[in-house]
Design a binder for this molecule. Structure first.
Ligand code: CA
Length: 620
């Protein structure tokens, strides 16, 4: 669809969406732009206040930097170049800071953008109410089975909060006002100028505006309002007049400006706000910029708070496996990367895809939803596909409030409708199904255990600075999907997590052993011919191991393996007489150009067995 033809049909929101149309073009250089003169710095832990003070002194006097914002508790700070300091390129500042012994990492403050290709057509409230047949959802004609999901929903379930991390929401829109869908902060007294709940934000009664740093997250763009209407529309009929009371709450967190552009540091702040103020679902219809460890840390925080993080795959028609889109590409057990599909479950022409890094398809073409000032309109983008998934996550949490983010992800990915056109395009080869996701949530008895997650695996493939985590991958031969019964994978993960907690001294010894060698990043690899069963999520692979080391194995498979995913493996000894169980994490080996499994929390007995086996094996 040409930009000009879209714009000529849009009388009102044309200007505000120009930047999004530009952002939709595949333009790598543009994606990597950053705020001039700003850097995000994380200081090393364990040095206490004196270390931080020492660094601040250096940064201000010698570095010409000015502290702008600190995230207490995680040792992270945003600096800007002082006006009186000599002008210096951000990348040069970052490089200097990375050489500082007090600094864990330093990075530019990247720009990010909303992931819509623009509003197609605007309609009035009357037209909106007249669309479609009554009692059905209005946003899409794709068969995602939202209406039938509504019939099986529990009537008196807890209210779930979805954070809309976006351009804001027109919270006065009749759909939101009449349904009571906008989140309100119960512990904040409006307009008294006091931070009543001491969360760091004064008078934040309905979220926050991180762009202007005010308590008004009003949408001055339209994108966030459209996204919010999609989330609400998955959970109830928003065309009904009068509209019924909302079963969820939408938390407006504005960090994208009136052109749909924001910064990574504001995104991070919004994510912490969401996770700290009760949002269990985080909708992220935005992306761009370079690899950001600071953003990874924020998502990891959301993971630890049990939230699910839904992210737009991007609108560049490109393969995210080959060229990553952030934050969608960060590997987290609770992160769902969403591609856009049309009414017939085909991949939208603009949508990014990725057999390994994009998880699921969801409607994102000609999606009808709310726009500011009591209007409605059709829009396109992975921005629109993402909130369908967020809405489903909210419905599932109503049915099973104890679920963690990674459990929600597993159930959504397991509940898709297969779509042949999505094969090799998204990891599940499928499109979101609301009904089966909700049904699966109703049937689950979630294990409350939260396995610890080490986000360092994110760096294995995509960022050279983090390559250490790919250490110790061996080789495994061809494995095939046999669809075996996944009996209690959650329980398995939980079990190994518990084991990990008990095995801390052994972990240390494994770590020390790694550092002993001449090359502390590699273990000797051995040729082996053994059978392996790999369980991840609901699926099980059966295959052959062709090489092994104390650090891990490598899988050569066409089956779905997600970077960062937790797997459990049962590996048979070469003589087939004994079997060991090892937990691992899927990593990418840049050298081998393959996914592998790095052992983590490996039981001492298992490592001893591998050492024993390898005595009779040849090195690779
Ligand atoms: Ca407050």
């Amino acid at each position: 669809m040409g930009c000009t033809s879209v714009l000529s049909r849009v009388p009102r929101f044309a200007v505000m969406f120009v930047s999004m149309l530009a952002a939709a073009a595949p333009a790598a250089a543009q994606d990597l732009d950053y705020v001039p003169g700003e850097v995000i710095v994380k200081l090393r832990g364990g040095q206490g206040a004196s270390g931080a003070q020492r660094f601040m002194g250096k940064a201000v006097s010698a570095g010409g930097l000015k502290l702008q914002r600190s995230w207490a508790g995680i040792n992270m700070h945003k600096f800007s170049v002082r006006a009186d300091a000599p002008p210096k390129d951000v990348l040069a500042i970052v490089q200097e800071l990375q050489g500082d012994p007090d600094v864990e990492f330093a990075e530019p403050n990247y720009y990010v953008r909303s992931q819509s290709t623009g509003v197609e057509r605007e309609i009035s409230a009357q037209e909106f109410e007249a669309t479609g047949s009554s009692g059905s959802m209005s946003q899409t004609s794709a068969h995602i089975e939202a209406e039938s999901a509504w019939t099986i929903m529990s009537p008196n379930a807890p209210v779930v909060t979805v954070a809309i991390i976006d351009t804001g929401i027109d919270y006065n829109h009749r759909v939101f006002a009449a349904s009571g869908a906008i989140w309100t902060n119960p512990n904040e007294v409006p307009g008294n100028g006091i931070d009543d709940d001491r969360n760091g934000y004064v008078d934040d009664v309905r979220g926050w505006n991180f762009v202007a740093n005010t308590a008004s997250p009003m949408d001055d763009d339209g994108h966030g309002t459209h996204v919010a209407g999609i989330v609400l529309g998955v959970t109830q009929n928003i065309r009904a007049n009068p509209i019924s009371t909302a079963k969820i709450r939408l938390m407006p967190l504005k960090f994208l400006d009136s052109k749909g552009v924001g910064t990574t540091s504001d995104a991070i702040e919004a994510i912490y706000y969401a996770a700290n103020n009760g949002a269990q679902v985080l909708n992220n219809s935005w992306g761009g910029g370079g690899f950001s460890q600071a953003l990874i840390d924020a998502i990891n925080y959301a993971y630890s708070r049990k939230a699910v993080f839904v992210a737009a795959a991007g609108n560049s028609s490109s393969n995210n496996d080959a060229s990553p889109t952030y934050p969608a590409n960060y590997a987290f057990p609770n992160l769902i990367s969403v591609a856009a599909t049309n009414d017939w479950d085909g991949l939208a022409g603009f949508s990014n895809f990725g057999k390994f890094t994009v998880h699921v398809g969801s409607p994102g073409v000609s999606i009808l939803s709310t726009l500011p000032n009591d209007t409605f309109g059709y829009a396109n983008g992975t921005s629109m596909a993402t909130p369908f998934v967020a809405g489903v996550a909210a419905l599932m949490l109503r049915e099973a409030p104890a679920m963690n983010g990674y459990q929600i992800k597993n159930l959504i990915l397991g509940g898709i409708d297969n779509a042949s056109s999505l094969a090799n395009k998204v990891a599940t080869s499928g499109r979101l199904n609301v009904h089966s996701s909700v049904e699966r949530a109703k049937a689950t008895s979630p294990d409350p255990y939260m396995p610890a997650y080490d986000p360092a695996s994110n760096g294995a493939s995509r960022a050279p600075a983090q390559a250490k985590t790919a250490a110790g991958c061996g080789l495994v031969g061809k494995a095939i999907l046999d669809g075996g019964g996944g009996q209690g994978p959650m329980r398995m993960i939980a079990f190994f997590g518990l084991l990990a907690a008990l095995m801390a001294p052994i972990l240390l010894s494994v770590y020390l052993r790694r550092k002993d060698g001449k090359n502390n990043r590699r273990h000797e690899r051995y040729q082996i011919d053994s059978r392996v069963r790999v369980r991840f999520g609901d699926r099980e692979l059966v295959g052959q191991v062709s090489s092994i080391s104390l650090g891990g194995v490598q899988l050569n498979t066409d089956a779905w393996l997600e970077q960062g995913g937790v797997v459990t493996m049962q590996i048979a000894s070469p003589d087939g007489k004994d079997v060991i169980s090892v937990e691992g994490r899927v990593v990418w080996s840049e050298e081998q150009k393959r996914y592998g499994v790095a052992f983590q929390n490996a039981e001492d007995g298992a490592l001893a067995a591998i050492s024993r086996w390898t005595q009779s094996l040849l090195r690779t």
